[in-house]
Write a protein of this length. Structure first.
Lengths: 126, 447, 487
């Protein structure tokens, strides 16, 4: 699967897509592949304030629970409720329908610390 | 060299195996142990003995113990002399149940995983809760784990604890509470023997992690749970139960309990000097991912056939390590199997009948004792199969007289420091006959 | 509902008749307020006794136990469970004794517990013991609480915050330490598969409350630097906790206490042959050096002359950890086992356990990769990594089932990818070891020639094999069905 050029990535395998100043967040195709079948997602509460690279959600496969880190600081303003009943969306469409949360970022300069698609692909050795 | 019946290797086997490994002496296998450590070794000074000899030796020790085949028991306090149906010991002794471990390989463990699923279902039915695990160590540790779970979910560290909780369980609770850094606050009981609701003032309820009550409580008195959950709101209502009583009593799930725990020994498990016992643990489905302990879950195999696997293992220590919901690994599986077979055998209406036998007989005896001069019932609240008698004479003296006549007469409450004066806790199960009870009363009268 | 007891039976069938009430019957509502009485009986099964017996007999046949054959789960020590011990634990004087019947009426039980405690102290090279913990993890928790109590008393608790743990440790270790509020610091293993001494030293300061070690570790390797490790920890004022899960490797010939260990838990259901029961009951007694003795759980069992009693008078004790005195029935079995084996027998246990493991290791490492290719203790690890593109260790394990044997532990320890952790124990014959090795070697061949066979395994065979085919764990986790429902 291709890694969208307009997204930014973390070394911990989260992606960020900026939409009108808001940051949509999910985990990468590489991450979902490593985890295998996702069976449960613990979503953050709307209104939660997070710092960059703070754990703010978890995804659960049969054999592991993995923390999801916030790629940017800010406030959680929306979560993907569909994942509550269809966690497999993360496996099926990690970069689109499998998004996890939307954050209103408090410091957009943090974007500079994230990886580009090209850098991320190099990071995972793709 | 002595040959041992549990070790098949002969010297000839050892020689062949060493040759394959490329060694000449078994001692060479242990070269990694520092010589200094080996040198310090000190043996037990015990010679091997045969099965026949160990049987004689250990049987002699067993005969130095009193037991309920020898004494007529009115002793309870958390462990009860109930009848254990004969089939239980036979069925749990089948090697395939007895000698397997945690069902790590589900396809080779469908027997265990199926009865675990049955056990979970039965406990849910009994308690009117939504989900149960497949066992904890005992009533005391189950209670402690319930408190930890409530703390993890609510994030609060203050717990109100009914003073009429079984003091043995209470002491386990204290150990865990200290270890984790939680505060336990006593809630007194009234003259009925029930929780003093007047003590549940709004100030006490602030920042509360949970309220812990037991019913029937240590004094045998049945608590009225109605309204408690409404009073404590989002703090956890944790209820410890005697599972036999739930054949008759309204289950805590109907009163909004968040966690129900209990000592499962009455469900077909021998008293065994207090262990192995069975911790029961049930909660709401909302909290299932925060629950400690093993669970069996239903699924299907590659052909679509129904089968069972260990469910939600990601909560557990072998996957989640320091973030696990609990450190529990080995639990009390075989005891849970006893309880499963027991509940299946007693069945839907049998458990009710059994509970009624306990209730009726206990009231028969209580009334007779209460009529004796120098004896009175300590509490006015409703009780199940156990009650406290206030005595004029020292309970220790009464118990001695009873023992001389072949009775384990009950529990002297003096050392528990819960009540003033002389108090004797008396338990009556379905095993006690009218004749035994009448003789018991007679001895008390003459003591 | 699917093969359960709820799927059989009929309304009004019963499994046991109860005696008739022999006292005057009172009206229920005279005795209990109506609102506290259950309106509807719990929906338990309604089956006759013969149906109960047949159902559970059928379920038992869907299980594989030590009695069925080799059961080489690593660090679980699935050894034979002597049946005499079952009979002894069921003697009326033990099985029907009440824990509160008083010291005077419990001399046999107290004597047995006292003597077992003495034996375990000698076996571990320790000074004092509590038999209360009901399992290994329960022992670990107790051990961590003892350490906490000590530092509370010396007023050092605020800075003694860390428990060090090799990354090969059992998951119970970090979970137990975390329950007591300690911070868990993982220590990596080095290329030898042992504690990396340099990494360990980097963490040593006065924030260390202790270290938890399993020795031999879960790779089956003896920590050859053990004396240095224990000294290093003691030098910074910490305690060394010994997880006794792997004691079977050294029992009868070496003692944790002689390695400088301060706290030991024993798994009586492993080393001392008590049955695992489908996941318990076990027993996890905890023994300590003199310095930690004041903190042991109460009651302790004491001996005065020829009399034994339960003693609660230890003001610095951490308190109770079990409702009563531990899993007494398990203690009876372990006592009988130790007496039967004696010193010579216990030594023969470790000798043959280690011999069997090495024999299997040598045979199998010709086909599978041994990441630490050297002498092992009572268990060893192999990996399938690099053997096939599509086949995983899980598939190898499931295919072994088709050969009528129980697979080893898999995917543990976490530090070796695609790992199998194999512990045969001393109670299997050479013929069985050869059968197991032949089967695993055959599976490796199938992996190359017919991988589909492995992927589809197990292929449900009737006796001591799988009663079902491979089960869908994803489905069970996604939509957990954890109980049945009735009409």
């Amino acid at each position: 699967m291709a890694y969208p050029k307009e997204y930014r990535y973390t070394k911990e395998h989260e992606w960020v897509k900026l939409e009108n100043g808001k940051a949509r967040i999910g985990i990468t195709d590489h991450a979902q592949h490593q985890l295998g079948d996702i069976v449960y997602v613990e979503l953050p509460k709307i209104g939660t304030k997070v710092k960059q690279m703070q754990e703010f959600a978890t995804v659960e496969s049969v054999k592991a629970i993995s923390p999801i880190y916030a790629p940017l600081s800010g406030e959680v303003i929306d979560v993907n409720k569909e994942l509550e009943t269809k966690p497999e969306l993360i496996n099926q469409s990690p970069h689109e329908q499998g998004w996890i949360a939307i954050i209103a970022p408090s410091d957009l300069t943090e974007l500079d610390s994230l990886l580009t698609a090209e850098q991320y692909e190099r990071h995972i050795g793709a | 060299m002595t040959a041992f019946e549990f070790i098949p290797n002969t010297l000839e086997d050892q020689r062949k195996m060493l040759a394959e490994i490329g060694l000449s002496d078994v001692e060479e296998l242990f070269v990694d142990i520092p010589a200094e450590v080996l040198k310090r070794f000190k043996p037990l000074g015990l010679k091997p003995i045969s099965e026949l000899e160990v049987s004689q030796l250990v049987s002699r020790m067993a005969s130095e113990n009193a037991h309920t085949g020898q004494y007529v028991s009115f002793l309870g306090g958390g462990i009860y002399d109930h009848y254990v149906p004969a089939i239980i010991s036979h069925l749990i002794s089948r090697g395939e149940f007895l000698t397997c471990y945690t069902p790590y390989q589900a396809e080779l463990s469908q027997g265990t995983l199926t009865w675990m699923f049955e056990f979970q279902t039965m406990i849910c039915e009994l308690t009117a809760m939504e989900v149960a695990n497949s066992s904890m160590y005992d009533g005391g540790s189950a209670l402690a784990e319930a408190m930890l779970m409530a703390k993890n979910i609510t994030g609060r560290k203050r717990f109100l604890v009914s003073k009429s909780l079984n003091p043995h369980h209470r002491r386990c609770l204290e150990t865990y509470a200290w270890g984790v850094g939680l505060e336990l606050i006593d809630v007194p009981f009234t003259e009925t023997g029930q929780l003093d609701r007047a003590a549940l003032q709004p100030g006490e309820l602030d920042d509360l992690g949970g309220l812990i009550v037991q019913t029937p409580n240590f004094f045998g008195v049945i608590e009225d749970l109605s309204g408690l959950k409404e009073l404590i709101k989002d703090a956890f209502l944790i209820v410890s139960v005697n599972p036999i009583s739930l054949g008759l009593l309204a289950p805590p799930g109907l009163f909004g309990a968040d966690i129900v725990v209990g000592e499962g020994q009455p469900l077909g498990i021998p008293q065994s000097f207090g262990g192995p016992l069975l911790g029961i643990f049930a909660t709401r489905m909302n909290y299932v991912r925060r629950m400690p302990g093993r669970m069996s879950g239903r699924t299907v195999d590659a052909d679509g056939r129904v089968g069972y696997v260990m469910a939600l293992q990601t909560r557990e220590q072998h996957i989640r390590r320091e973030k696990a919901t609990s450190n529990i690994c080995t639990n009390q599986a075989l005891m849970a199997l006893c309880a499963t077979i027991y509940m299946a055998t007693l069945g839907r209406h049998g458990l009710r009948k059994l509970a009624e036998l306990n209730l009726q007989k206990a009231h028969y005896l209580a009334e007779k004792i209460a009529k004796l001069p120098g004896f009175a019932l300590r509490f006015s609240g409703p009780f199940f199969n156990e009650f406290v008698v206030r005595t004029r004479k020292k309970p220790s003296r009464l118990l001695k007289a009873l023992r001389d006549e072949g009775f384990l007469g009950g529990l002297d409450l003096e050392s528990y420091e819960l009540l003033d004066g002389n108090n004797l806790l008396v338990a009556v199960t379905e095993k006690r006959t009218r004749d035994e009870m009448d003789r018991f009363v007679k001895v008390l009268k003459g003591a | 509902m699917g093969n359960t007891i709820f799927d059989i039976g009929e309304e009004n069938r019963i499994g046991l008749r109860l005696p008739a009430l022999d006292v005057p019957e009172r009206n229920l509502t005279e005795l209990i307020p109506a609102e506290l009485i259950r309106k509807e009986d719990p929906k338990l099964p309604q089956v006759s006794q013969v149906e109960v017996v047949r159902h559970y007999t059928r379920l038992s046949r869907m299980n594989y136990g030590v009695d069925s054959g080799i059961y080489p789960l690593g660090s679980c020590t699935m050894k034979y469970n002597p049946r005499i011990n079952e009979d002894l634990a069921r003697l009326p004087g033990f099985a029907h004794a009440h824990p509160l019947q008083g010291d005077e009426l419990s001399q046999g039980a107290l004597k047995l517990m006292y003597e077992l405690g003495e034996y375990l102290c000698v076996i571990g090279g320790m000074d004092a013991i509590s038999l209360q913990p009901a399992a290994g993890a329960h022992g670990e928790l107790t051990g961590m609480l003892l350490i906490k109590k000590h530092f509370e008393r010396t007023k050092e608790l605020h800075r003694r915050t860390k428990i060090l743990l090799p990354d090969s440790a059992h998951g119970t270790n970090p979970a137990s330490a975390a329950m007591c509020g300690f911070e868990v610091v993982p220590i990596p293993s080095d290329a030898r598969g042992l504690v990396d001494l340099q990494a360990l030293k980097a963490h040593l300061d006065e924030s260390v409350a202790g270290i938890m070690l399993t020795n031999p570790n879960t790779l089956g390797l003896f920590e050859t630097d053990i004396l240095e490790i224990t000294k290093l920890i003691h030098d910074v004022g910490g305690f060394v906790y010994y997880d006794g899960a792997n004691l079977n490797a050294i029992v009868g010939r070496a003692r944790p206490g002689d390695m400088g260990v301060d706290i030991v838990h024993y798994n009586l259901h492993k080393t001392f042959s008590t049955p695992h029961g489908g996941g318990g009951p076990g027993a996890g007694p905890v023994a300590v050096v003199k310095k930690l003795e004041p903190y042991l759980p109460v009651p302790r069992i004491v001996k005065n002359g020829n009399r034994y009693s339960l003693d609660y008078e230890y003001p610095h004790s951490i308190g109770k950890i079990h409702s009563f005195y531990g899993n007494f029935g398990v203690l009876v079995r372990a006592y009988a086992y130790i007496r039967m084996m004696g010193d010579e027998g216990l030594k023969a246990v470790s000798t043959n356990a280690v011999l069997n493991a090495n024999y299997l290791r040598v045979r199998l490492s010709k086909v599978y990769k041994a990441p630490y290719d050297r002498l092992c203790m009572h268990e060893f690890v192999l990996t399938t990594k690099g053997m096939s593109e599509e086949i995983r260790t899980l598939d190898v394990a499931k295919r072994l089932i088709d050969y009528g044997v129980h697979p080893s532990s898999i995917y543990f320890p976490l530090i070796v990818p695609e790992v199998m952790m194999i512990e045969p124990t001393e109670t299997v014959s050479k013929e069985e070891l050869d059968y197991f090795a032949d089967a695993l070697i055959k599976v490796a061949q199938e992996m190359r020639e017919n991988p589909q066979l492995l992927k589809e395994a197990p292929h449900a065979v009737p006796v001591y094999g799988a009663s079902v085919r491979r089960l869908d764990e994803v489905r069970a986790a996604k939509e957990p069905i954890l109980r049945g429902h009735f009409p």
